[in-house]
Design a protein around this ligand. Structure first.
Ligand SMILES: Cc1cc2nc3c(=O)[nH]c(=O)nc-3n(C[C@H](O)[C@H](O)[C@H](O)COP(=O)(O)OP(=O)(O)OC[C@H]3O[C@@H](n4cnc5c(N)ncnc54)[C@H](O)[C@@H]3O)c2cc1C
Ligand code: SF4
Ligand code: SF4
Length: 424
């Protein structure tokens, strides 16, 4: 530790921003060691992107059961329900944004804005009565944490106030207002993850114009039995079964117009989806158009399995997408190995869109005086561990660049151990 660095007491509070796999892991590891941990997420449920991913490489386990807290015996493997329920050292605040970051390393002043909290998760028993009365109430996922329905004010309808009156536990308050609190913490952990770029601006794919053009994250939700089609692989336009599907790699990644970097994990999750479809959705043809297939590390097996399963690969680019009246899409492809254009017809076009830093990352990096690498948090010192972003500031998971879950969890554990070491 540098001689000028303020040393924190073991129990000094830590703020963890983002309750995806990485943030959850840091929070639980710190709380288990007796550190008061404030865990905030701007969404209404914890879990982050992993909430919607169905099956996970490298094990093909169901994502609901993905391990993140294995060091806690007696805790269900499911991380959405994990230690958050019974760990008094974690102060979980969902639907919460950081309004202001001030103060000094070792003593940061944070202003948080929460809510409005229309449904009190401590009172909601998930009886479902409100969801029967109004479309504005919904259950995000049966595995969500906190265990509560959510209210979307944009969908408020005639049944909403009846639901408020009839809620058996008085959990609903449609007049709720947002609240602000200020707290002082010694350390900040940035675990804000990534977001999938919405490729509306890339004209040739027609994303946002043609409903049968979707992204990989949207495909993952479609394959999920808890998703909108209950796991059936159907066309968004008319619910018809998908018989032919084409994936396009490097959409907005490795492209100077959008993100010059490689998003690292999209080849693997595209192949994961291709294999799931070939294995579980009889008879659906899958093709992949790529610039390079980058299956790093142990994930090469996904590429081998895809070839064995009959997935077709074309090295090249999509140059035009034309929707037809029967709901299918005519696609013009350039094959760069044969130096030839050809046409194909599919039900669904799936774009492997770039993974980019979460909205607000640039502001957070500026406010905390950190270094940035392609918009993500950069390590403070390249010779030190990559999770140290600054004095009393740490970052892990998707916040430091596209990363798979095991990598995010390992980095999160490194953050927790670094914070604890600094206090000894
Ligand atoms: C289509 C797809 C398939 C994938 N499949 C796999 C797979 O099979 N196996 C695998 O290992 N990995 C997979 N991944 C990668 C996996 O999603 C990530 O490794 C994982 O989500 C990273 O977790 P995280 O906690 O770092 O970030 P995230 O999951 O992105 O969570 C970040 C959290 O921070 C919150 N947040 C962001 N900014 C703020 C803010 N300013 N204030 C408050 N809260 C904020 C967000 O709401 C979110 O809840 C896949 C990714 C994609 C896109
Ligand atoms: S009626 Fe009340 S308790 Fe039942 S699910 Fe809705 S908010 Fe929760
Ligand atoms: S991982 Fe694959 S699809 Fe993603 S940017 Fe890199 S090469 Fe392109």
């Amino acid at each position: 530790m540098s001689p000028n660095k303020v040393k924190s007491e073991m129990s000094d509070p830590v703020l963890v921003i983002g309750a995806g796999v990485a943030g959850l892991t840091v929070a639980v590891e710190l709380a288990d060691s007796g550190v008061e941990t404030v865990l905030v997420d701007r969404e209404t449920s914890v879990g982050g992107n992993a909430l919607n991913l169905y099956k996970a490489f490298p094990t093909d386990d169901c994502f609901y059961c993905f391990e993140s807290n294995r060091s806690r015996p007696g805790i269900r493997k499911c991380f959405y329900r994990s230690a958050l329920l019974d760990q008094p050292n974690i102060d979980l605040r969902v639907d919460t944004e950081i309004e202001e970051l001030n103060g000094e390393p070792g003593s940061f002043e944070i202003r948080l804005k929460q809510g409005p909290q229309y449904v009190d998760p401590k009172k909601c028993t998930m009886c479902g009565a409100c969801t029967e009365l109004s479309d504005a109430f919904s259950l995000l996922s049966p595995q969500c944490q906190p265990q509560s329905v959510i209210f979307n004010p944009e969908k408020e309808d005639e049944g909403s106030s009846k639901a408020e009156e009839e809620c058996p536990t008085g959990a609903i308050d449609l007049n709720a207002e947002s609240t602000e609190t200020t707290l002082t913490v010694s350390d900040i952990v940035i675990a804000t993850g990534y977001q999938e770029m919405k490729p509306n601006q890339i004209d040739e794919y027609g994303y946002g114009q043609y409903s049968n053009v979707i992204t990989q994250l949207e495909l993952a939700k479609t394959l999920d039995p808890n998703g909108p089609s209950h796991g059936a692989l159907v066309r968004p336009s008319d619910g018809a079964q998908v018989r032919r599907l084409l994936m396009v790699q490097c959409v907005g990644s490795r492209d100077e117009n959008y993100h010059p970097f490689c998003s690292k994990i999209c080849c693997v999750f595209a192949l994961k989806h291709a294999n799931i479809i070939r294995r579980e959705r009889n008879g659906t043809d899958v093709s992949v158009v790529y610039m390079d297939i980058r299956t790093y590390d142990r994930h090469e097996r996904y590429y081998r399995e895809a070839r064995e399963a009959g997935v077709e690969f074309t090295r090249g680019r999509v140059s035009e997408v034309t929707p037809l009246e029967d709901g299918t899409l005519d696609i013009t492809l350039y094959d760069s190995l044969l130096d030839k254009y050809f046409k194909t017809n599919v039900d669904l076009l799936v774009l492997s869109s770039a993974l980019e830093p979460s909205t607000g990352m640039t502001k957070m990096i500026e406010e905390l005086g950190l270094e940035s690498a392609s918009g993500y948090v950069s390590p403070a010192n390249l010779l030190d561990t990559e999770v140290v972003a600054g004095d009393h500031v740490y970052a892990c998971g998707g916040a430091i660049g596209p990363a798979e879950v095991p990598e995010s969890v390992t980095q999160a554990r490194a953050v927790a151990s670094k914070i604890l070491q600094e206090r000894m």
